[in-house]
Ligand binder design. Sequence first.
Ligand code: 5AD
Ligand code: SF4
Length: 466
Amino acid sequence: MSPCASPLFFVPPLLSKKLYIKTYGCQMNVYDSARMADVMAPLGYRPTETATDADLIILNTCHIREKAEEKVYSDLGRIRKAHARKEGTGERALIAVGGCVGQAEGEEILRRAPYVDMVFGPQSYHNLPDMVMRAQRDGGHVVNLDFAPQPKFDSLPDQSSPQGPSAFLSVQEGCDKFCTFCVVPYTRGAEYSRPAADIEAEARRLVERGALEITLLGQNVNAWHGAGETGDWTLGQLIRRLAEISGLERIRYMTSHPRDMDDSLIAAHGEVEKLMPFLHLPVQSGSDSVLARMNRKHKVDFYLGIIEKLSKARPDIALSSDFIVGFPGETDIEFAATMKLVETVGFAQSYSFKYSPRPGTPAAIVEEQVPEEVKTERLVQLQALITRQQVAFNRSKLGQTMPVLFDRAGKLEDQLIGKSQYMQSVHVRDASAYSGKIVDVTITGAYQNSLAGEIHQPHARRQNVG
Ligand code: 5AD
Ligand code: SF4
């Protein structure tokens, strides 16, 4: 990866300018926002927490459900006022809409919100310096919806802002699965896997800058296959290689598709100690007929078979899933099958959504849409079950001592919040000395969304001291 692929990176920072980025949606967007800041840093742009004092405002958007999209337009209305105030001072703040709404809506955004200066998609943000210069120079609208991820990864600079002890690393983008409800194949494009050597180099840089945990990201992350030293590698092979990096303590990956859980990846859960015993493996529905209409390319038994293999490889593995209720045509019997699947598996946590018709996707034009009140009723039922399971899972850890990675400060003085191996938030008091470290914690309280604990040993684990 060349840090200086664009001549614009040679421009010396003139004045320090302020960059405000609001991130919507998934972890991939969190990663992309950090990379946008990296791209703009050589032009003198420094992050700011508020839109009102920014010179450049970027909304890095999500298009997955209607609510996420509408939120962008309502935020734009609010930001416009800040923009006007800034203009009142004689300064010019630029407003950009990036991410999946940018890609999907394109010029439509400029029609609905003409004060927006730039629109771009998830595969073209490496061109931000050029877009900003064009918008400043010409004063008109700039739209860049280029779609190929490879040029983006090839021309992004090395990460300049440290991500802290828990870092994201994008290894794969796009999706070829075409689930009938999903916009991702249209907004993120076809599957693209980064080469193993680029990923390893980025992982080593993250570790040098303090990362103890790396989460490999991709819309279909376990479909990753990239050129490795010994031919085409799978994600299982990549994980084994990354596990050799000294100083890297934890590896995770998300989001996975059941069809791409190959044997090498499943075996890695038993063999690679650094691979955390938690997997987000969305099933979406517990009904074979709904799965077929969703074009999920797997059945319920197949999913259960994968879970059985995973549990054999790593008996303490904890699972989470995504569910959609009220998919077009979903009957009471089909919904009951989802409830049964959840009862059977027992998830540590899960996300559930009402089906939201997305423009351009096949399911959106099916006539048998489920009434809103039925969707709501089913969501309430499913979420109650998911919550019961989550509380039971959290309670099962009471009294146990487990390693926790402290990656953020809590609201209370001297409180730290960390992550268990199973992705639970763990709150500990009198712990500030352990910020950014992995420490053994004894669990003393278990709630719906978090655990409370006490530091078990007076010193941080040997490999993290210093
Ligand atoms: N409606 C509701 N939920 C959706 N998801 C994706 N598309 C839709 C949609 N049209 C959910 C899926 C996916 C998660 C990221 O968002 O459950 O796994
Ligand atoms: Fe969307 Fe995931 Fe299906 Fe791809 S596999 S179309 S990202 S839900």
